[in-house]
Design a protein. Structure first.
Length: 256
């Protein structure tokens, strides 16, 4: 890797694109990063060294493409294919350099505004299913340096705009319970009016009744004593006087 490429690669890593790209690159090369004891049937060290060199060339090519140096990337990828003609990642990146991006990705597109932390690699992963298509996406938008995109920048994404997610279903609310017609209030119980008590008046009427009874006016005496008892029902004296007057009235009427 030359000095310029080594300086460009950290910028790619800061954008978050290199991790996904190199994961695919390593998967395409069919290698593992950690070397341990060689299991039976493992590749000899010479083959592992060749794979490591291939990974290094892929890194160099990605760094060159992100800084807009397609010629340097083409030379690196061509050298990688001379050593490993079946390297699919190298062929894919070389094809993105040489082919018409609209022929590769299609003419139909929709606008999309980049968000914080998004790169052309992450958009390619989501929209095209392959983060390695970042350079074709850059050429599709006439972007010379894929690493130069910023949040808030609007680009064209090949394909149809994804349908928005359906709104969350609102839980049905129970119907409000309407109160039924209220029962009519019971009619108040009509009680017979009770005469107001008046003990003082009752005492005067008793005196008048006794005087009438002593004077022989028994009917008048009964009437006066009844009025007196109505004004003072708990008065036992008036009740006894009335009973005596009634007996006398009964005797007088019987004698007649």
């Amino acid at each position: 890797m030359n000095g310029d490429d080594r300086r460009a690669l950290p910028a790619l890593l800061r954008q978050g694109a290199a991790a996904g790209l190199m994961a695919l690159a390593l998967a395409g090369c069919g290698t593992v990063l950690n070397r341990g004891p060689a299991p039976p049937g493992a590749a000899p060290p010479a083959q592992e060294d060749g794979n490591a060199a291939g990974r290094e060339r892929i890194r160099d090519a990605i760094a060159a493409l992100n800084r807009g140096d397609a010629q340097a990337a083409r030379r690196t990828l061509t050298a990688a294919l001379r050593r490993q003609p079946g390297d699919g990642i190298a062929r894919n990146l070389l094809e993105q350099i040489d082919r018409d991006p609209r022929e590769m990705l299609g003419a139909e597109s929709y606008s999309y505004t980049l968000r914080e932390g998004e790169t052309l690699s992450s958009v390619a992963q989501r929209a095209l299913g392959n983060p390695m298509m970042f350079y074709a996406l850059a050429r599709y938008n006439n972007i010379a340096m894929p690493s130069s995109v910023r949040p808030g920048q609007t680009i064209l994404v090949p394909g149809r705009r994804p349908a928005p997610p359906p709104p969350p279903r609102a839980e049905p609310r129970p119907a409000p319970v309407r109160p039924g017609p209220s029962a009519p209030a019971p009619a108040p119980v009509q009680r017979p009016a009770q005469p107001a008590t008046n003990p003082a008046l009752a005492a005067r009427l008793r005196g008048q009744g006794l005087a009438a009874m002593n004077g022989g006016a028994i009917d008048r005496a009964v009437a006066l004593l009844r009025r007196a008892l109505a004004l003072d029902p708990a008065n036992a004296l008036i009740r006894n006087d009335l009973n005596r007057a009634l007996r006398i009235q009964s005797t007088v009427r019987a004698g007649n």
